[in-house]
Design a protein around this ligand. Structure first.
Ligand SMILES: Cc1cc2nc3c(=O)[nH]c(=O)nc-3n(C[C@H](O)[C@H](O)[C@H](O)COP(=O)(O)O)c2cc1C
Length: 308
């Protein structure tokens, strides 16, 4: 447990978590593997692997490539489908004292609606609407790069999610992320999460082939942290709804930067691949930073950057 007296609890769109550290969608599966390392109840929340209405096999391999200070992935939403999640994975996650956030991707606004209805009925704590996956052909990124489509998906999700808060996950692959953030806020989103991965590419110089079978993929890991901090800062000034910040967090200081920029909570993703304990360390270091700065609660960091 954290060795500070600092209050680590935060509230995100009405959902109270015992600490601000969430694990990012697609980097933690449904928690079973990491649950062998520690009690999942030590986390603030778990964003489950991205779900689709029907099961998906994902993209052909290779679909992960290392990069300087990060990775490229083109996993393509491999998942067992929303019904299998509700039947087999959600009951497992419910064994732990942790908030469960279901992450969904649809091919049409209607699919988002159907999934929200099923998940709200099953009692997840929050729904994260992924409108920003760069690795799927249909829907995916298109919804996240056009304000009117982002708004349509948000409205559809909200009208089918009942009382369950809806958080919309924004793409960094846009010229002005605040336009999308404002569009989903106006459409009723309860929170936004950002950033998803940045589109990138690697090429094998000898074979002249891209490393990834899909040619391009999404960049994540420490390399993207400054982009995430900048975008969270911009979005925090553009909207009133709370922000779950992510992108390259591997230390408490990274998480503190995102919170100072305006995030109410943070997610850890790629860092898990190098160190399964990364989110626990981030939580403890965040508490230590807050204590060193004389704060009584870690939430006092949110939005407190002092721009020049
Ligand atoms: C292998 C992999 C799979 C991912 N799958 C999903 C997904 O299914 N849904 C989603 O919204 N984001 C997905 N993401 C994006 C992450 O949730 C996160 O937004 C991004 O990786 C930035 O955080 P990080 O640098 O801490 O990894 C995936 C990322 C990686 C690396």
């Amino acid at each position: 447990m954290p060795d500070t007296n600092v209050d680590l609890s935060v509230t995100l769109a009405g959902m109270t978590m015992k600490n601000p550290v969430v694990v990012a969608s697609g980097t933690f599966g449904f928690g079973r593997e990491y649950g062998q390392f520690y009690d999942l109840g030590q986390l603030g929340g778990i964003c489950a692997k991205g779900l689709t209405l029907n099961p998906r096999e994902g993209n052909p391999a290779p679909r992960i490539a290392e990069t300087p200070m990060g990775i490229l992935n083109s996993v393509g939403l491999q998942n067992p489908g929303v019904d299998a999640f509700i039947a087999h994975e959600l009951p497992f996650l419910r064994n732990f004292d942790v908030k469960v956030i279901a992450n969904i991707s649809g091919n049409t606004p209607e699919e988002y609606g159907i999934m929200c209805e099923k998940l709200a009925g099953a009692g997840v704590d929050m729904i994260e609407v992924n409108i920003s996956c760069p690795n799927v052909k249909a829907g995916g990124l298109a919804y996240g790069t056009r304000p009117e489509l982002a708004a349509e998906v948000t409205q559809m999700a909200k009208s089918h999610a009942g009382k369950v808060p809806v958080m919309v996950k924004l793409s960094p692959n846009v010229t002005d992320i605040t336009l999308i953030a404002r569009a989903v806020e106006e459409a009723g989103a309860d929170a936004v999460s950002l950033i998803n991965t940045l589109r990138g590419m690697r090429i094998d110089v000898n074979t002249r082939r891209p490393i990834l079978k899909m040619n391009t993929g999404g960049l994540s890991g420490p390399a993207v942290l400054p982009v995430a901090v900048r975008m969270v800062w911009e979005v925090a000034q553009a909207v009133k709804i709370p922000i779950l910040g992510m992108g390259g967090v591997s230390r408490g200081e990274d998480a503190a930067q995102l919170m100072l920029a305006g995030a109410s909570a943070v997610a850890v993703g790629t860092a898990l691949f190098a160190d399964p304990y990364a989110p626990i360390k981030v939580r403890d270091e965040l508490g230590q930073i807050a204590q060193r700065q004389g704060l009584t609660a870690v939430k006092e960091l949110t939005g407190q950057v002092k721009p020049w």
